[in-house]
Design a protein around this ligand. Structure first.
Ligand code: BG6
Length: 478
């Protein structure tokens, strides 16, 4: 049986906006996620032409309280340590460090909080992996500057990244820049801070915002390497292996184009350091040309010099392309839906479960980039039931994770260098797409419902002991 590397980074992943709560504590400013309503329709609401970032009493905002990690981090990291985590991926909330985003002086209380979180991890030999920006741009930068299409944000992010890397770069080796940067293809409000009223529906703005984020990301690489040569920086994409529905060349070509436009465009720039040859044909599809984008020679040189050290990605599901109208049945998806794959089962939220797709994706990414790969999100969102004995028997989650770990082993046997695996929402947290608590991913259950009721008590699900054993045996005992 193929072995996982001895230093394989087993762990879990979370994001500030979905678990910290304490949204107005210790000088934190508002972030865009503080004004995105909870509930199944949250994406539709934010996409509507009238949406304007103004909090509305008719909605709830579940991430205001999150699971109150802000006041429970010691207990939670203690539980991660009990599972044997080698690493913990979390994000820094930009608005805790620079409440408005454009200040020059950081908020010391925000820095002190992450200092304490990092030290708590190191106490247990848990290697922190920090995401600099995970769907929580300071609201002021969205309102006053119009989000990432504005080049001023490059300088603000550079200052923020330099500040936290300077403060923590001796203790933290692994950094990720923008979470699921390519998700802006469907949801520019979350990852680029742009809404209809500020031009989110104009694809040229989305591509300009991406360019600005690529440059900002290159500055983060520069800062990390300058601070500590041991630091490594990864980009972070949402990766959904995509199949042509059949051997019809029209579907094959459309799947190839989908992969270029969605799965690879951002990574091509961030890993290879230059825009891919197909860029112009992509822009043409949206009615503009590369000359319409503001990209200076100095910026392009920076992208070339400060490309990332490794590639990290989330993987939950695969997708199917059919442009020939053969399939009617649609599916939901992690940001992007598609047509149904007749060979796959789906989660309760309609995400198509495909462990083999992960092995295929790992191979595709390695063939293309030849850099180490890090799976920083994967998991099954499911409703859990607390049984009469007070326990949660989440065998469905164990089955999902087991099959994906087996797929990673397969990819390693194929020769793919995989750095680690951090399942998403290792402790239950607020869902990004629906704002629900009932869409749970964790090994650790949190007593909190969709209406915000509950004691916040933490308890171990059946998967907790399973994952502990997986880590203890370095993936042998699944
Ligand atoms: C990824 C995001 O898209 O998927 C996370 O990086 C998110 O923030 C995760 O929570 C799972 O999606 P959801 O919508 O089920 O929370």
């Amino acid at each position: 049986m193929t072995e996982f590397p001895k230093d394989f980074l087993w762990g879990g992943a979370t994001a500030a906006n979905q678990l910290e709560g304490a949204y107005d504590v210790d000088g934190r400013g508002l972030s865009i996620d503080d004004v995105i309503p909870g509930g199944k329709d949250r994406m539709k609401i934010v996409q509507s032409p009238d949406f304007d970032w103004t909090p509305n009493a008719k909605y709830t905002y579940p991430n205001h309280e999150g699971i109150d990690f802000y006041h429970h981090y010691q207990e939670d990291i203690g539980l991660f340590a009990e599972m044997g985590f080698k690493t913990y991926r979390f994000s820094i909330a930009w608005s805790r460090i620079f409440p408005q985003g454009d200040e020059t002086q950081p908020n010391e209380k925000g820095l002190a909080f992450y200092d304490a979180v990092i030290d708590e991890c190191l106490k247990y030999d848990i290697e922190p992996v920090i995401t600099l920006s995970h769907y929580e741009l300071p609201l002021h930068l969205a309102e006053a500057y119009g989000g990432w299409k504005n080049k001023d944000l490059i300088g603000f992010f550079k200052h923020y990244a330099e500040t936290v890397i300077d403060r923590f770069g001796d203790k933290v080796k692994y950094w990720l820049t923008f979470n699921e940067i390519n998700s802006a293809a469907g949801f520019p409000f979350m990852s680029q801070g742009m809404i209809s009223k500020t031009g989110a529906d104009d694809k040229k703005n989305v591509f300009q915002a991406w360019h600005n984020q690529f440059v900002a990301s290159a500055y983060a690489v520069q800062a990390a390497h300058a601070k500590n040569p041991a630091c490594q920086v990864g980009n972070m994409i949402i990766f959904a292996t995509n199949y042509a529905f059949d051997s019809d060349p029209k579907n094959q070509l459309a799947a190839l184009k989908f992969n270029q436009g969605f799965n690879f465009y951002c990574a091509d720039v961030q890993v290879r350091g230059e825009y891919p040859a197909y860029s112009e044909s992509l822009y043409e599809m949206y009615g503009f040309t590369g000359a319409d984008l503001d990209r200076t020679p100095e910026e392009l040189a920076l992208l070339k010099q400060y490309h990332v050290d490794f590639l990290s990605f989330s993987y939950y599901m695969s997708g199917v392309t059919d442009v020939t109208g053969k399939v009617d049945e649609k599916t939901q998806g992690n940001m992007l839906g598609g047509v149904k794959n007749p060979f796959l089962k789906e989660s309760e939220w309609g995400w198509q479960i495909d462990p083999t797709g992960l092995r295929i994706g790992l191979n595709q990414l390695h063939d293309r980039y030849q850099v180490p790969l890090f799976i920083v999100e994967n998991g099954l969102g499911a409703k859990d039931t607390v049984e009469a004995d007070g326990k949660i028997y989440d065998d469905y989650r164990i089955d999902y994770l087991r099959s994906h770990v087996e797929a990673i082993r397969g990819a390693i046997a194929d020769g793919v260098p995989v750095m680690g695996y951090t399942p998403w929402g290792c402790i239950d947290l607020v869902s990004a797409s629906t704002g629900e608590m009932s869409k749970r991913y964790g090994f650790i259950y949190v007593d909190l419902d969709d209406e915000g009721h509950g004691t916040l008590a933490r308890s171990k699900k059946k998967s907790f002991a399973w994952y502990k054993q997986v880590i203890a045996t370095n993936g042998e005992d699944l």
